[in-house]
Design a protein around this ligand. Sequence first.
Ligand code: 13P
Ligand code: SF4
Length: 323
Amino acid sequence: MNHVPSLSSLYDRVSRVVPKAEWMFFEDDVRAILDLKRRRNAVILAHNYQTPEIFHCVADIVGDSLALARKAVETDAEVIVLAGVHFMAETAKLLNPAKTVLIPDMGAGCSLAESITPEDVALLRQAHPGVPVITYVNTSAAVKAASDICCTSGNARQIVESLGVPRVIMIPDEFLARNVAKETDVEIIAWHGHCEVHELFTAADVRQLRENHPGVMVLAHPECPPEVVAEADFAGSTAVMSDYVGAHRPARVVLLTECSMSDNVSVHHPDIEFIRPCNLCPHMKRITLSNIREALELNRHEVTVDPAIAADARRAVERMLAL
Ligand code: 13P
Ligand code: SF4
């Protein structure tokens, strides 16, 4: 039987980023969620942008989109609760068709996933006959089904180069595509989707940060505009940024990404100063302890994938995971 941590030891984990006054409101939900997980043979997969009381206190598996997709296949739980956005839950369902996959709020979307439809993909293929379509996982299952292979921000360049062709179509994030294009000889045809969180960072922000915080190490997510990535010291997926902080241990660092990242990473590095200009993802922030508890209590909201597209979408994700 799994050891159940005490509430006080859980609070110790997050006490640097969650005020005691707030924790008092979380305790009842944390206790109930730990109990419901046992009773329902459930696991909680949480993305790096989830708030610390979710990320550090009730999640079983945490990570970037790539890690969540990989680990979704490994669990033997009957129920998966995806503390993240809808495309992540859909990916978990594609990889675990026999399991119940729940998302605590069906409205947790993504501006990138909203930016493109399967019809758009068909038009792109018509305009560029024979050019393979690489689709960022931040898309609907229907768009994945219309694609050749998926990628995440953690493996995008590797996927582009794995196809052994001179040109690829890479959808839907224009900035990710342009950032990858700088690192490879493969020609990349991009779409015009943007992440509403990362598109807000500017190169002027980075220069201002360096002026105000001398010596700061600047890490950016590759969904940021290329001019921001060019001013940063390093760019990588959320998991890669977190590993980079651990490996390089800068005295002060800024993570140009969603706000909860710094909270979650700083818990492991009390000696590092995290400078915190950040942008909130309103979709990620729809997930709370209280709706995770409701999801487990009421078995809602179940994520399903239309059988007419599931096999093709799964093929695109599995092709990525096989590399
Ligand atoms: P990662 O795969 O880097 O975690 O990114 C997911 C995401 O939604 C970033 O905005
Ligand atoms: Fe989508 Fe951007 Fe939110 Fe990530 S941060 S889920 S890419 S809107």
